[in-house]
Write a protein that binds this ligand. Sequence first.
Ligand SMILES: [Zn+2]
Ligand SMILES: [Zn+2]
Ligand SMILES: [Zn+2]
Length: 230
Amino acid sequence: MASLFSAPARCFFCGRGLFGRYCVSALGVPFCEAHQDIAACRFCGAPADAAEPTAELCAFCVRDAVLTRTDSAREIPGIRDEMHRLDLRLNVPVRVRLADRAQMAQRGGHQNTAGLTEYVADHVVSITIVKGLVRRQFGATVVHECMHAWLVQNAFPPLSDRICEGLCQAMAYRYLREHRGEPRAKLLMERLRDDPDPIYGDGFRMIRDSAVKNGFSTVVDTVRRTGRVA
Ligand SMILES: [Zn+2]
Ligand SMILES: [Zn+2]
Ligand SMILES: [Zn+2]
């Protein structure tokens, strides 16, 4: 994104004053057009910090990211409390672990997989989340995967991918909505709502439209009884 407005600010990356045209990250942070060829932050598109071992994030997002088991252990209890408030309770608790992108791919995800739930019949074996998500993205991904785990533990009928991912995205959206005052959560909500993907995006909009008419818990009950969305 570039702006023509005269800049009040300095480039966060090199510290130079910004005059004329400059770029703005998805979070509104300004930077020089000249940095557009530097690797962009995976989350907000600002120039990423090459000095960081996890380089794919900018200096702002890396401070917010869940990178270690300590970070994850700090976040999980709050996320669990919020899931309970949203009426998402697992029958059997499931351990959440972190993995890097290569490990996610080995576990059967693809390059951009943020989370994976592994299960055998109705037994959920594990939930794995990729390292380096910003805090609310980590939370939303944990909630999404816990919804998969809950569907498995509650023996839902076979569901289409669109209904299954739509329900999980809708639960993640409900979690994000609790944090909509935060710029990153707001951005994640927009991306989720506008996702062009025919499974995740269309699935979310189908569940949302039904939930607006019938209420979310009715949608879940209907899917449980019929395998379909009314
Ligand atoms: Zn600059
Ligand atoms: Zn960033
Ligand atoms: Zn999913």
